[in-house]
Design a binder for this molecule. Structure first.
Ligand code: HEM
Length: 151
Protein backbone atom coordinates (compact mmCIF):
# COMPACT_ATOMS: atom_id res chain seq x y z
CA UNK A 1 0.00 0.00 0.00
CA UNK A 2 1.34 3.40 -0.81
CA UNK A 3 0.76 6.40 1.42
CA UNK A 4 0.41 9.83 -0.07
CA UNK A 5 2.22 12.90 1.12
CA UNK A 6 0.30 14.93 3.69
CA UNK A 7 -2.03 17.71 2.62
CA UNK A 8 -0.32 20.92 1.59
CA UNK A 9 -0.61 23.33 4.58
CA UNK A 10 -2.18 26.04 2.41
CA UNK A 11 -4.84 23.56 1.24
CA UNK A 12 -5.38 22.41 4.83
CA UNK A 13 -5.92 26.01 5.95
CA UNK A 14 -8.42 26.62 3.15
CA UNK A 15 -10.40 23.45 3.90
CA UNK A 16 -10.42 24.27 7.62
CA UNK A 17 -11.58 27.81 6.95
CA UNK A 18 -14.41 26.46 4.79
CA UNK A 19 -15.47 24.01 7.50
CA UNK A 20 -15.52 26.73 10.15
CA UNK A 21 -17.50 29.05 7.92
CA UNK A 22 -19.93 26.28 6.98
CA UNK A 23 -20.50 25.38 10.63
CA UNK A 24 -21.16 29.05 11.46
CA UNK A 25 -23.47 29.63 8.53
CA UNK A 26 -25.09 26.29 7.95
CA UNK A 27 -25.29 24.89 11.47
CA UNK A 28 -25.98 21.16 11.34
CA UNK A 29 -25.01 20.01 7.87
CA UNK A 30 -26.29 16.49 8.46
CA UNK A 31 -29.79 16.83 6.91
CA UNK A 32 -28.38 18.39 3.72
CA UNK A 33 -25.64 15.76 3.39
CA UNK A 34 -27.97 12.77 3.74
CA UNK A 35 -30.67 14.30 1.58
CA UNK A 36 -28.17 14.60 -1.25
CA UNK A 37 -26.76 11.16 -0.58
CA UNK A 38 -30.19 9.53 -0.78
CA UNK A 39 -31.10 11.51 -3.92
CA UNK A 40 -27.97 10.30 -5.63
CA UNK A 41 -27.77 6.81 -4.12
CA UNK A 42 -31.38 5.91 -3.25
CA UNK A 43 -30.37 2.36 -2.31
CA UNK A 44 -28.41 3.69 0.65
CA UNK A 45 -31.49 4.95 2.47
CA UNK A 46 -32.76 1.52 3.46
CA UNK A 47 -29.39 0.60 4.94
CA UNK A 48 -30.06 3.07 7.76
CA UNK A 49 -33.22 1.16 8.78
CA UNK A 50 -32.02 1.01 12.40
CA UNK A 51 -31.56 4.78 12.53
CA UNK A 52 -35.09 6.00 13.27
CA UNK A 53 -33.95 9.16 15.09
CA UNK A 54 -30.98 10.02 12.80
CA UNK A 55 -28.51 9.50 15.65
CA UNK A 56 -26.35 7.07 13.68
CA UNK A 57 -26.28 9.41 10.67
CA UNK A 58 -25.31 12.34 12.88
CA UNK A 59 -22.65 10.32 14.70
CA UNK A 60 -21.24 9.04 11.44
CA UNK A 61 -20.98 12.49 9.88
CA UNK A 62 -19.32 13.82 13.06
CA UNK A 63 -16.73 11.04 12.73
CA UNK A 64 -16.23 11.94 9.08
CA UNK A 65 -15.57 15.62 9.91
CA UNK A 66 -13.21 14.59 12.69
CA UNK A 67 -11.38 12.26 10.32
CA UNK A 68 -11.26 14.95 7.64
CA UNK A 69 -9.52 17.34 10.05
CA UNK A 70 -6.96 14.70 10.92
CA UNK A 71 -6.56 13.81 7.24
CA UNK A 72 -5.67 17.35 6.21
CA UNK A 73 -3.58 17.90 9.35
CA UNK A 74 -1.38 15.49 11.23
CA UNK A 75 -2.88 12.49 9.46
CA UNK A 76 -2.37 10.29 12.48
CA UNK A 77 -5.18 7.89 11.73
CA UNK A 78 -7.65 9.13 9.12
CA UNK A 79 -6.13 7.42 6.09
CA UNK A 80 -6.17 4.07 7.89
CA UNK A 81 -9.65 4.72 9.25
CA UNK A 82 -10.96 5.24 5.73
CA UNK A 83 -9.41 2.00 4.52
CA UNK A 84 -10.85 0.15 7.50
CA UNK A 85 -14.31 1.70 7.28
CA UNK A 86 -14.57 0.79 3.61
CA UNK A 87 -14.14 -2.84 4.65
CA UNK A 88 -16.35 -2.59 7.77
CA UNK A 89 -19.11 -0.99 5.73
CA UNK A 90 -19.12 -3.90 3.30
CA UNK A 91 -20.91 -5.57 6.19
CA UNK A 92 -23.64 -2.91 5.85
CA UNK A 93 -23.75 -3.45 2.06
CA UNK A 94 -22.20 -0.04 1.36
CA UNK A 95 -20.24 -0.24 -1.91
CA UNK A 96 -16.73 1.18 -1.85
CA UNK A 97 -17.57 3.71 -4.55
CA UNK A 98 -20.22 5.35 -2.38
CA UNK A 99 -17.47 6.58 -0.07
CA UNK A 100 -16.14 8.78 -2.83
CA UNK A 101 -19.66 10.00 -3.58
CA UNK A 102 -20.16 10.73 0.11
CA UNK A 103 -16.99 12.80 0.48
CA UNK A 104 -17.91 14.72 -2.67
CA UNK A 105 -21.33 15.47 -1.25
CA UNK A 106 -19.78 16.71 2.00
CA UNK A 107 -17.69 19.11 -0.09
CA UNK A 108 -20.77 20.31 -2.00
CA UNK A 109 -22.74 20.93 1.17
CA UNK A 110 -19.83 22.82 2.76
CA UNK A 111 -19.55 24.89 -0.38
CA UNK A 112 -23.26 25.65 -0.36
CA UNK A 113 -23.14 26.65 3.32
CA UNK A 114 -20.20 29.00 2.66
CA UNK A 115 -22.24 30.74 -0.03
CA UNK A 116 -20.62 33.87 -1.43
CA UNK A 117 -17.59 33.46 0.85
CA UNK A 118 -16.46 30.28 -0.90
CA UNK A 119 -13.10 31.13 -2.46
CA UNK A 120 -11.13 29.71 -5.40
CA UNK A 121 -8.50 28.59 -2.86
CA UNK A 122 -11.16 26.57 -1.01
CA UNK A 123 -12.30 25.10 -4.29
CA UNK A 124 -8.82 23.97 -5.25
CA UNK A 125 -8.05 22.73 -1.74
CA UNK A 126 -11.19 20.59 -1.65
CA UNK A 127 -10.46 19.20 -5.13
CA UNK A 128 -7.00 18.12 -4.01
CA UNK A 129 -8.32 16.70 -0.75
CA UNK A 130 -11.06 14.72 -2.51
CA UNK A 131 -8.49 13.27 -4.90
CA UNK A 132 -6.31 12.24 -1.95
CA UNK A 133 -9.29 10.72 -0.12
CA UNK A 134 -10.15 8.77 -3.28
CA UNK A 135 -6.72 7.24 -3.19
CA UNK A 136 -7.48 5.65 0.19
CA UNK A 137 -11.03 4.70 -0.77
CA UNK A 138 -9.73 2.93 -3.85
CA UNK A 139 -6.91 1.02 -2.12
CA UNK A 140 -7.43 -2.69 -2.07
CA UNK A 141 -6.62 -4.49 1.14
CA UNK A 142 -3.02 -5.56 1.22
CA UNK A 143 -2.63 -8.97 -0.30
CA UNK A 144 -0.25 -11.08 1.70
CA UNK A 145 1.05 -13.71 -0.63
CA UNK A 146 2.66 -16.79 0.76
CA UNK A 147 4.17 -18.67 -2.12
CA UNK A 148 4.10 -22.42 -1.64
CA UNK A 149 7.53 -22.86 -3.08
CA UNK A 150 10.45 -20.57 -2.60
CA UNK A 151 12.52 -19.81 -5.69
C1 HEM B 1 -15.02 7.63 6.21
C2 HEM B 1 -16.33 7.52 6.04
C3 HEM B 1 -17.22 6.88 7.07
C4 HEM B 1 -17.05 6.72 8.41
C5 HEM B 1 -15.87 7.21 9.27
C6 HEM B 1 -18.19 6.03 8.91
C7 HEM B 1 -18.40 5.66 10.22
C8 HEM B 1 -19.50 5.00 10.70
C9 HEM B 1 -19.71 4.65 12.08
C10 HEM B 1 -18.74 4.98 13.21
C11 HEM B 1 -20.90 4.01 12.16
C12 HEM B 1 -21.55 3.47 13.41
C13 HEM B 1 -22.36 4.61 14.00
C14 HEM B 1 -23.07 4.22 15.28
O1 HEM B 1 -23.50 3.08 15.41
O2 HEM B 1 -23.17 5.10 16.14
C15 HEM B 1 -21.44 3.93 10.83
C16 HEM B 1 -22.65 3.35 10.51
C17 HEM B 1 -23.17 3.27 9.23
N1 HEM B 1 -22.61 3.79 8.09
FE1 HEM B 1 -20.85 4.80 7.97
N2 HEM B 1 -19.05 5.77 7.87
C18 HEM B 1 -18.49 6.29 6.73
C19 HEM B 1 -19.04 6.28 5.46
C20 HEM B 1 -20.24 5.73 5.11
C21 HEM B 1 -20.83 5.79 3.81
C22 HEM B 1 -20.23 6.45 2.58
C23 HEM B 1 -22.03 5.16 3.87
C24 HEM B 1 -23.01 5.04 2.74
C25 HEM B 1 -24.27 5.15 2.85
C26 HEM B 1 -22.20 4.67 5.24
C27 HEM B 1 -23.27 3.93 5.73
C28 HEM B 1 -23.45 3.51 7.02
C29 HEM B 1 -24.59 2.77 7.50
C30 HEM B 1 -25.75 2.27 6.65
C31 HEM B 1 -24.44 2.64 8.89
C32 HEM B 1 -25.47 2.09 9.85
C33 HEM B 1 -25.26 0.78 10.37
C34 HEM B 1 -26.26 0.45 11.45
O3 HEM B 1 -27.43 0.24 11.15
O4 HEM B 1 -25.84 0.40 12.60
N3 HEM B 1 -21.09 5.05 5.96
N4 HEM B 1 -20.58 4.54 9.97
Amino acid sequence: MSDLRPTDPADAAAVEASLELAAERGGDLSPAVYQRLFERQPDMKALFWRDGNNAIKGEMLAKVFEALLDFIGERHYAHHLIETEVITHEGYDVPRGVFATFFGIVAEVVRQACGADWTPAMDAAWRHTLADLDHYVAQRGQVVSTPETQP
